[in-house]
Design a binder for this molecule. Sequence first.
Ligand SMILES: [Zn+2]
Length: 348
Amino acid sequence: MLVEPRHFTLTELATPELEDGGWLAVEATGISGADVQVWKGDAADVLYPLIPGHEVVGRVAEAGPTIPFPVGTRVVVEPRIRCGECHRCKQNLATCVRRKPSNSYGFIPSSEPPALWGGLAELLYIDPAARLHPLTDDVPAEVGTFVHPLAAGHTWAVELPSLQPGENVLILGPGPRGLACLIAAKVAGAGWVGITGLTHDKDRLELATRLGADLVIDAEQEDVGGAIAGAVGSRPDIVVDVTSDDPEAVFTALDLVRSGGRVILASTKGNRAFPFLSDVLIAKQLTVRGAMGATSVGYQWATKQLETDPRIDDLVSHQFPLSESSRALQAAAGLLGREELISVAVTF
Ligand SMILES: [Zn+2]
């Protein structure tokens, strides 16, 4: 349990008799950039104490009548719970207002019964409205956690921008979700995919090349626009911003995308304001879409892709036991070094 920023305690909680929903025996939980923000205390609207972790893989341990899978089924749980009745859910938005500050695993405070709302615990409460996707037993649990970034990659690089075969895609940021965007765009038939990173992302950019990126760009050493012009000779149809908290990336995206192109913004900027010239949207007739989390379509695609794509084994580079959750968060934050860092999981 994260009692305050950067302070975990190992806690035992009673598991009440359930009237509805079920329990998931957690096998592994991936650690994302959003978890790092919660751990550091940088995330807006987070109430402590809470159990972090929303990239969960586990087995159904107890199932009430609303759980559509029998006990023992291995599943991934979508982080965002949608009650289906609030105004946001009715508009098919990801941000259900049924629970405050956020109806999402890993972000619901422990004061909300039954307290077990995060993946860094042996048991997770399966809300009756939670969406579960069965996952093959053939992959290690830590590899299974990559379903979560992979689902977001499909949502952001393929589904939301309506990627058509042959189109060119530029991805800003080579973290787990950026690499997932690359995999999803390639599988969907993108003609060309480029990906940018910083100098400390060297190992992630090398992995991007092995995953089929047509161009990898160190944005600290090279001019991104010049590198793309030299490599492909035309501007990308779609740019996806998946950087870690980099406001400049928004300008890069709007500047580099072709006229009439689509820009997907999937990375928050810590609520910071920055000067913005909106004329470029009009002059280039751009479509800009804010994206939050993955859709159920993304999860359906990602669970299938994981079963057939052995390259994904390489994408979970670090694993830690639950007792070393602090180190897992430090590793995901890059504080233990970035060499060979791709993504991090806690395993049980
Ligand atoms: Zn709702």
